[in-house]
Write a protein that binds this ligand. Structure first.
Ligand SMILES: Nc1ncnc2c1ncn2[C@@H]1O[C@H](COP(=O)(O)OP(=O)(O)OP(=O)(O)O)[C@@H](O)[C@H]1O
Length: 238
């Protein structure tokens, strides 16, 4: 399998604050990779750098073999991005937004099927700012995948969803993988990471502190991923 993402000794600073501090990891194409870590560990900053929204202070990142900033125009149509919040104008109606983003892509997904799949039918005419938290999440996910990306970056894709919604998104992520899409997700839900991921990376203070498949990290299921995570990131370890 080709390498979809390469991060080599990445450092990203906000003024005096070092958010990402020499982070190295690779993501194999066609897999689901979860990036875990406590609040402020540098997950979003790392993913935003892969999306070309942040410039590395040092180190390098490549996505699908391209530089996210220098090769922005070539890379953008090939990736899908689901942000933690925002991603739509506040007055725009859900379906209008989806149609607009679909129109930017050469071969978008079938919209009625996507709307049905993500249960957006009943809120299609609702302005973005009036959508419920879960509806916003589902619209953001639809916007991320409507262009048939080769790689999808999903930032906390199920936060705020009810249990049915969570399971539907999990299935959708599995289906993306089945179709050969590389998925990189950040999450605080350990069950989600355990269920979906081929590979898990745990970040702390801007560095990778553990990597492996859920099976390897949990000693073949002897522990839960949550227990492993809690031990790795225990507050008094810092
Ligand atoms: N625009 C910014 N300006 C200044 N500091 C920032 C900015 N964005 C993030 N930071 C800081 O960088 C660090 C890493 O933040 P980041 O959002 O990448 O963490 P995270 O792992 O995604 O956290 P969370 O789980 O809470 O979403 C934090 O200390 C945060 O306060």
């Amino acid at each position: 399998m080709p390498v979809a993402v390469e991060i080599d000794n990445l450092v990203v600073r906000y003024g005096e604050k070092t958010a990402v501090d020499g982070l190295t990891l690779t993501v194999t194409g066609g897999t689901v990779t979860s990036v875990l870590g406590p609040n402020g560990a540098g997950k979003t900053t790392t993913v935003e750098t892969l999306e070309g929204f942040r410039r590395p202070d040092s180190g390098a990142v490549r996505v699908l073999g391209l530089d996210p900033i220098a090769d922005h125009d070539e890379l953008m149509p090939r990736i899908g991005v689901m942000l933690q919040e925002g991603g739509a104008w506040s007055g725009v109606r859900a379906l209008e937004m989806l149609r607009y983003v679909a129109s930017l892509h050469a071969h978008p997904l079938d919209l009625p099927a996507l709307v049905e799949r993500l249960d957006l039918g009943t809120c299609g005419k609702t302005p973005y700012r009036r959508l419920s938290g879960g509806q916003k999440q589902r619209l953001s996910l639809a916007l991320a995948i409507v262009g048939r990306p080769e790689i999808a970056f999903l930032d906390e894709p199920t936060t705020g969803l009810d249990p049915h919604g969570r399971r539907e998104i999990w299935q959708l992520i599995r289906d993306l993988r089945e179709d050969g899409v590389t998925v990189v997700l950040t999450t605080h839900a350990m069950d989600e990471a355990e269920q979906l991921s081929d590979q898990v990376h745990v970040l702390s203070a801007g560095k990778v502190i553990a990597s492996g498949s859920p099976d390897a990290l949990t000693d073949h299921g002897a522990k839960t991923l949550e227990d492993v995570y809690l031990a790795l990131t225990a507050r008094d370890n810092k």
